[in-house]
Design a protein around this ligand. Structure first.
Ligand code: DQQ
Length: 590
């Protein structure tokens, strides 16, 4: 039997163990981006407890303070640069008081980072209230250039600015100078909400040899990727039509536009010619929680993005990640010929926890991103450099997991681990029928179909960060359903019992992917556990789920965290291979 302890009733009556007089409530806190109110999930009324052991050891974060979006990631002259939205004054969200800067770190391997002084700070009229997100482009002639959003005032009027390295022979490009003609783009477009006009993309070259960028905007109440052209990257004119627009939402943040070749694991550089057969991807960030994408073509004649499929209901759009993963940014890594993507993963404990911890926000592991051979779905996998942190491997083969079996994975540091496990289905006959309406709300379906709810095929997966008596645990699991044409796999990362702390935001994240039983037979899961971060890749990177967890056991340092493989479906599953490693600390967060 799966040894879960049902805590719901118990928790409801539990007095706060960590402070007094607090009414527990799961709330969301307004995110002060622009005028629209987005809701970033946090737990303002959760009892504040501060564990040093919540700090991650191999996910990117600077030594202290608040961070949010990655901005302007690039590889230049042997060095990876990561810029990020950073509050130099503390670990609270400075967008409430503005003045956010571009933090700057550099790395040779995307894993170990050197923290530098901020690169871009609000000190000119065109960014005096804050230097918001943007992108880096490497112009021909080896010239890196940054375009970013400047906040003009308390009303959050937004413009686009340019910054250039002061000294290109400094290997770390420590100092940046602002262009004399900033702002280079003003919000002068009929119907444009000037406080919803931000986050310019990396540049690409159009058929006329001119540079292009897109800027996210609210135009007449709808979302638009406004298109601009330039010969020199300093002087811009607007193309009358947007690159793409949609009335299914009202503002897109942190646009990303890039080319991919179906079936090729390699990436494409937007500053070079794009080969025939390439597709384009438009990624948009919405509502402070969702990074969604469309695959289509870049129609050169119309100078516009044309999605292969237009889904009016944005709930059905595929997501880069179905968990806590926002404002993602990709870049072409010319060292390895791949495209890398990563994102901000916010804290979901309370903002008083942020302050008490002295840090808030991490970035996901950098992931290689590419398009599957059918040209339908993006796939992601942690960059291989992360494997240099692996140590202490354990290995199991040919495990049989019958209904109710729980197999403990021992011999590694379970708070900081990399686990790769394959689940082989012995038959598909027991698959329960798939209901397409689940696609509208996969989190709801994951709540209903938790790890302790028996199914035909699944749930099977991992139970991680489990306390001795299972009062706390996080489950990452799969179920297989029979749909009309094929099979659909549901992957859930269920945080509902991840912590005994009342009032925490603990969703059950979920996403579906198609599964060809005859061809595949196996479903793979890779989970990176890094204290308060749990980052999972299902089906070879078809569904990815980043999650943040705050177990009490981690703070109290009681016992060790247990890890199990389990099956709670009627059909037996075989684990042909299970490999797991302890993960060393990266030079980044210390
Ligand atoms: N964060 C930035 C904005 C962006 C938002 C401000 C997305 O530029 O739209 O810190 O998280």
């Amino acid at each position: 039997m799966l040894m879960t302890v049902h805590l719901q009733g118990w928790l409801a009556g539990l007095a706060c163990m960590f402070s007094t007089g607090i009414v527990f409530q799961i709330l969301v806190r307004p995110c002060s981006n622009g005028e629209g109110v987005f809701f970033c999930p946090q737990s303002p009324k959760a009892c504040s407890i501060v564990g040093k052991r919540y700090r991650t050891d191999y996910h990117f974060q600077p030594p202290k303070n608040w961070i949010n979006d990655p901005c302007g990631s690039m590889y230049y002259n042997g060095v990876y640069h990561e810029f990020y939205q950073y509050n130099p004054n503390g670990s609270y969200n400075p967008n409430i008081s503005y003045n956010i800067v571009w933090g700057h770190s550099v790395s040779m391997d995307l894993i170990n980072w050197i923290n530098l002084e901020p690169a871009i700070e609000p000190d000119t009229p065109s960014d005096i209230s804050g230097c918001w997100t943007g992108s880096a482009t490497i112009l021909s002639g080896d010239q890196p250039i940054i375009i970013y959003t400047g906040l003009l005032d308390i009303q959050k009027h937004q413009v686009q600015n340019i910054a250039l390295p002061k000294n290109r022979s400094d290997p770390y490009l420590r100092e940046w100078t602002k262009a004399h003609n900033n702002p280079v783009i003003q919000p002068v477009v009929p119907g444009l909400n000037s406080s919803q006009f931000r986050d310019p993309t990396t540049g690409w070259i159009g058929p006329d040899g001119l540079w292009r960028i897109a800027v996210g905007a609210e135009l007449n109440g709808y979302s638009a990727a406004l298109l601009y052209k330039s010969e020199d990257f300093l002087n811009w004119t607007r193309v009358e039509h947007p690159l793409y627009s949609s009335n299914s939402s009202n503002m897109w943040e942190c646009l990303d536009f890039f080319a991919v070749l179906p079936g090729s694991g390699g990436g494409l550089d937007l500053s070079s010619a794009i080969p025939n057969g390439a597709k384009h991807v438009l990624k948009v960030s919405m509502n402070c929680t969702d990074d969604m994408y469309m695959i289509g073509v870049y129609d050169l004649k119309r100078d516009a993005f044309v999605p292969d499929t237009v889904l009016d209901d944005s709930r059905l759009w595929p997501r880069i990640d179905y968990g806590n993963f926002y404002a993602s940014k990709s870049f072409f890594d010319s060292k390895h010929g791949r495209r890398i993507i990563w994102a901000w993963s916010s804290e979901t404990d309370s903002s008083s926890d942020d302050v008490a911890k002295g840090w808030a926000g991490i970035h996901s592991i950098p992931r290689t991103i590419w398009l599957d051979s059918h040209g339908k779905q993006l796939l992601q996998w942690p960059v291989e450099e992360i494997e240099s942190l692996r140590t202490n491997e354990i290995n199991h083969q040919a495990l049989e997991l019958k209904k109710g079996d729980l197999f403990e994975i021992k011999g590694i540091e379970t708070l900081q681990a990399d686990v790769e496990i394959d689940f082989e289905l012995t038959s598909i006959n027991d698959a329960d029928p798939f209901d397409p309406s689940w696609l509208f709300d996969t989190e709801k379906h994951c709540r209903e179909a938790g790890a302790s709810v028996h199914g035909g095929i699944g749930p099977f997966g991992l139970v991680i960060l489990a306390s001795d008596n299972m009062e706390e645990h996080t489950d990452v699991h799969f179920r297989v359903y029979k749909s009309q044409q094929n099979y659909m796999v549901l992957m859930c990362s269920d945080l509902r019992r991840s912590s005994l702390r009342p009032g925490l935001y603990t969703p059950a994240y979920g996403g579906f992917f198609e599964f060809d039983f005859e061809k595949e037979r196996k479903i793979s899961l890779r989970t990176l556990i890094d204290r308060s971060a749990v980052e999972s890749f299902g089906g070879g990177g078809r569904v990815c789920i980043m999650a943040r967890v705050y177990p009490v056991a981690l703070v109290d340092d009681i016992g060790c965290a247990h890890m199990y493989a389990f099956n709670n479906g009627s059909a037996t599953v075989i684990v042909p291979q299970l490999r797991a490693w302890s993960m060393r600390r990266a030079q980044a967060s210390v």
